[in-house]
Structure formats: C-alpha cells, structure tokens
Design a protein around this ligand. Sequence first.
Ligand SMILES: Nc1ncnc2c1ncn2[C@@H]1O[C@H](COP(=O)(O)OP(=O)(O)OP(=O)(O)O)[C@@H](O)[C@H]1O
Length: 737
Amino acid sequence: MTTPNDEHTPAGHTPDDAELEAMFNRPAADLAVRAGGLLDQNPADEDNALSGEVIDAPTVPEPETAPRPARVVQHRGDHAPLTILPEWAKSPEVFLAAAYREAKFVASWTGHHGVRLPFVYLPKFLARAGLGFGLCVRGLARWVTDAENKATRAALMLGVKGTSEWKTLRKEHADGVRARLAGVAAAGFTSGVAGVTLHTYTGPEGLAVAGVAAGAAALTAFGVVGTRRAGKPITESHKGDVPKLTVDVVTDALLTLGLGSMGEAKRGNAEIKVLRIFPTTGGVEIHIDLPPGATAADVIERKDRLASALRRPMDTVWPEGNPKAHPSRLNLFIADKGLSERDVAQWKYRTKGQTNVFESFVIGEDQRGRPVSTNLMYNNGVVGGLPGMGKTFFLRVLILGAALDPRTELHIHELKGTGDLMPFAPIAHVCRAGDDPDDLKALLADLMAVQKEMRRRAKIIRDLPRDVAAESKVTDELAKVGNPYGFKPLLFVIDESQLGFGDPTLGAEISALTEDITRRGRALGIMLWLATQRPNKDAIPTGISALLSLRACLRVGDVTTNDMVLGTSMYKAGHRATIFSQEDKGIALLAGEKADPQLVRGAFLDGAMADKIVERARAVREAKGLLTGMAAGDEAADTDHSTILDHLLAVWPENDPEWPTGKVWSEELAARLAESKPALYEGWTAGQVNAAAKRHGITSKSIKHGTGQNNVRRGLVRTDVTKALTDAATLPDPTDD
Ligand SMILES: Nc1ncnc2c1ncn2[C@@H]1O[C@H](COP(=O)(O)OP(=O)(O)OP(=O)(O)O)[C@@H](O)[C@H]1O
C-alpha cells in the first residue's frame, strides 16, 4: 500500500518524523498546491491506488489561538543620535562651571564651619565630652556595683532575710563587686604597665604622644557619648532650606501640576520619565518626558506652581519645550541663582574689541550664563516690552555692537526724548532725541534720504556683473572700507516708534517710507530696528511688522502683546514673556536668531559705559576717515524739515506760463521733483506724487491740458498745496490755552 506522501518522497524512502513534521508545517499556499494536486486524486483510481505501509501522522499540537503580535512600524527617522559623551565632558566651559560651583561650595562650607569650629563647635564638644565622661563614670560605677539588679536583689533578699540563703546572696553580690573591681584595677594596672613599657622603650616623648592620643581618643569617645545623649548635632544643619534635586523631588513637583494624564501617573498607570539630570553652566539641566496629554507648554504656563513645588525662586526655574522631540518633552533648567540676583551681564566688547556687523556678535547671556549672539545684517528687528523693562538699554547694546564695526552708518531717532541714545551722537550720521514736529520732520527727511540711498545701491547692484555680486546683495566683501560703490552697513533705529507712525500729519509718510526700507533695504545692507511698548498696528503698521525678522520681547503684560512682539502663536508654543517679573529688567525672549526663541539677558551698559565705547568707536572712525553726517559736523539731515508740499511749490511757480490754470498733471510734477531733488524723488511716478500729496489732505483731480487725445490726466491744484501748507502752519499749538 502507498500513501499520498510517496508522491513527494524518493522511491522507497520512508520519511522520518522530522520530515513529516516539516511537511505538515508547510505554509498554507503549499498545502493548497498539495490539495490541488495529490489530494484531488480519485482514490478509486486503480492506477493511483495507494500502496505501502500506513504511517500514523505525528500528532501536531493544535496551534494555540495566540494573539497576533502587534505590527511594528519602523519609524526612527527623527530619532536624535544618542549622546556619546556627557555635556560636561564635551564642553570645557560646562566642566569648568560645574567644577567652579563645587569648589565654591566647598570653600563656603569650609569658611562657614571653619569660623565656627573654635568658637562654637569646640566649646560645645568639650561640654558634651564632660557630659559623656560623667555618663561613663556613672555607668562604670553602676556596673561595678551591679546597680541594674539592685531592685531584684533587694526583693530576693527581703524574702529570705536572716536565713543562710540570704547570706549566700550577700556573699555572691560581694564577690561579684570584688571581681569587677579587680577587673577595673587590672585594666588600670595594664595601662600603667603599658605606660611604663612605652616610657622604657620610647622615652618620655613616646609616652607623651601616646598619652595625648589616648586622651584625644577618650575625649572623642566621651564627646560622642555626650552628643548622643544631647540628641542634636554640634554643627548647624541647612538641609531643610532647599531640597536636593532628585528624580523623586522633580516628579512629585510635576505631579502637583495635575496636567494631562498625571492623575494616571499618580496611580502608576502613566509615567513621568526623568530622562537625564546633569550639571551644566550655572545650574542643573533635567530632561523629562511628561505623561501623555501633558505638554511642556502647560508646565511653562504653571512655572510659578512648579517653582513653589520645587521650593525654589521663580527666576531659577526655567522650563522649556523641545518641539523637535515632541510636545511632552520638557527641558527644565534649575539655575543656581535667580537672573535678577546675578551680577549684571558684562558686555564682551566693553573695554576692547571690534565687531563685524555681517557676523554675529554677543549681546548678552542666557539663563545659563552662556553668551547669546545675534546677527544684525540682512535682518530688521523690533524690541517690545512694558515701560521701564529695558527696551532702550537693549537697543543700546545692538547699536553699540553695530558701532564697533567702523563702517556702519548710524541713523538714530529716539522719539521718547530722554536722550538715552544721545551717547551715539559723536559717531552717528543722524542722532536725535524727541518727538516735536521738528524731530518728526527730521525723521521723515532721514527716511527719504535712506530710501534714496537704497535706490542708489539697488541700481549699482543690478548693474554689477554676476561674479562680483553673485548674491545680488551688499556683502561683507562688497562693503569693504574704500569700496568703489559707497556701500556700507546702515543701521536705522526708531525708539518709541509709535510716536512717529501715529503722528496725524507725518505718520502715513513715515510709515510708507519705513515699510519700503524694511522691505527692500535688507539685502542692500540697511538694517532697521524699532522699539515700542506694544507693537499693535498703530505702533508698528502691519506691513512693517510682518517684515521684522528679529524680535526681542521683554516683559509684557498679556498674551496678545506677547504674540505681537514675538510672532503669532508664540504664546501657545510656550514662549512667554509674560512670565518675567518686574525685577527681570533687560531680560527678553529673542526670536528669529535660532529655530526657537531663546532667553537673553541683555548686557548692561549705562550711559557712562556707552560714552566710553563710543569714544573708542569714534577714534577708529576718525583714523579711517569714516565719520559722516552729524558726527562729521554736517547738519543737513538735521535742519531740513521740508515736506513734499514745500518741494512742490519750489518747482511750481504761481504763474506758470505752460500751465496758466494753476493745475498741473502729476507726471509733470514728478518729473520736476526728480530734477530738482533727485536724491528724494528720482524714479517717482504720478501715482506716488498723488499718494504723498494725499497724506497732506490734497486729492488729485482730473485736469485737461492741451488738445488732442489723452489730454485729461490726474494732477494737482496749486492752491490746494498752498492752502494745505498754510493750514499746517496755522494749526493751533496744543500747549496754548
Ligand atoms: N540688561 C540689563 N540689566 C540690568 N538692568 C537693566 C538692563 N536693561 C535695563 N535695565 C534697567 O532697567 C531700567 C529701564 O531701562 P530702559 O530705560 O531701557 O527701559 P525702557 O523699556 O526703555 O523704558 P521706557 O519704556 O520707559 O522707555 C534701566 O534704568 C536699568 O536700570
């Protein structure tokens, strides 16, 4: 007899157990083949009649209905590489800071206890040694006299008084006391013999040394006994002041915030994972994975509660998100000292050094005390924050940084009027303080001049061969001192910009020019910075605000202002300048420099320090012949307060023979303006003239001139211009009663 399996086995071969098992375990597809082949055979077919020995199929265990293993999706694209060396081992700065911190602690500990040792600890210890000595003598006396058993003995003897047993008990006690006394005497004798032996072999010095050592040991032992009895340590303990940072302390503190599934974490179902705790410059860094549903932003929002749970001051606890990992990753920095407690940040270039405005320069430090740098070139920026939180000081550092590159031309308009930025006058092309009409006119004139300079630069760049201006922008190379194009970095600063943009007469024109410079000046080496308390659309028009790539936000009072300065949704993403306190002056979040806003404490430079740095900057500029504008004694930008109305009348005589009606097409006026003041109006169109006139309340009209086709075009009426000028001149003085 054969079996179906014979079809698949070499003739005459009987499969062994292993082969059979392999056959039975073949995959389903194979079984299907078998089913379509062998098993479909007609068993009645004689040719195919099965012959051979019948072999019982081995009992294959029923496959258990085991749960299917979870499907694993391999996704490790964004996994950060594992740290090979800890941060302190990679960075000498961090290592030195940690070593310094420990050394400082050891020094303070030694000083603290060293002073107390002779005056507090030693007298205390001697008193306790006295107490210990008394306790030991008393203990010895009690042992010798078997005082512990006195009561038992008395009770026993009372019951047998007068009997022989009583005598026996008495004798036993007396013998015991004698034996113990003999023991004490033997110990004393042994010590005496040891002393004499020592004296014999080592002389009196050896005996004295041994005596002192034995005395010290005895004193220590008595001191320890006395201290145990007193139940209090001799030294003062400071343990309770600030709890040590342990994984448990951090976890418990986070649990008090009750975020996301932290309830589950409390019950042990979810986890707060403290990934790493490591020392770093100025404090300790802790990386944590919060339980699902709790985000770093939630923790940041509750920074006060976290600081309270950690028993630490608010400005030593710095939670940050790490969006590159995931929203629940929390990087917590615990600083040794609060930011406001630390010494003010000293500026790297305070006493020496120069900068290159095309590269980053240090402007302050972060919460870890590490330098923070910024690159002003190809950026425009804003500094915002509540009054008195350090906007002007912050700006001052930026301007000084730019000023230490002798090429940088400074245009400074401090509309607050307190003169905080006047230290720059000796090196600035334009430097003014105040928001009087004259100051605003000077600002307008300066903006016009810069716009003209921008156009000039654009034209040169456009015409330069590709290999000279490959990037179509003013580069460090093209702006070298003495370059043939007159290129140089130009920094334009308006402090309290809302006073300029919001001015009813000149505001619109100031805004339009600022927007144009912000938009086009960047690539041409022109950097524009604004400072304001609340950069809403009145303080900084939206068109300008959108173009500010660097944003420094000092303390602000609300979410809206936070996002106005730092950018939309920054508050939601956990970047909150609302957490700064009134003491956190000069501390800002700086957005735009790195992927995420970073904390920066601006270097502190008061007026006197600024004067000294400016003196240094001026010396370099003088030596290189780089002083211009007001710094070089040229008052042009300062005194020219005229507007487009004045310029129009200058090119538009009252009895113009060509235009006897007193009405002129705007294109004609644009051409005349460009000819008369090419610096300001070169390239202007009729539309620009109309728009500029409109800002002074003058509307363009349809004017017919000459004959032929197309003889009706938009233009201005001269009497409208003279009227607008007269009206402006006769505006009531707001200071008049
Ligand atoms: N980086 C800093 N470090 C320490 N203190 C600073 C720092 N910056 C500013 N301050 C302190 O803050 C005070 C206010 O600074 P500043 O005049 O720049 O504020 P402000 O925001 O411009 O004020 P306002 O809105 O009234 O013009 C300064 O007098 C100075 O004492």
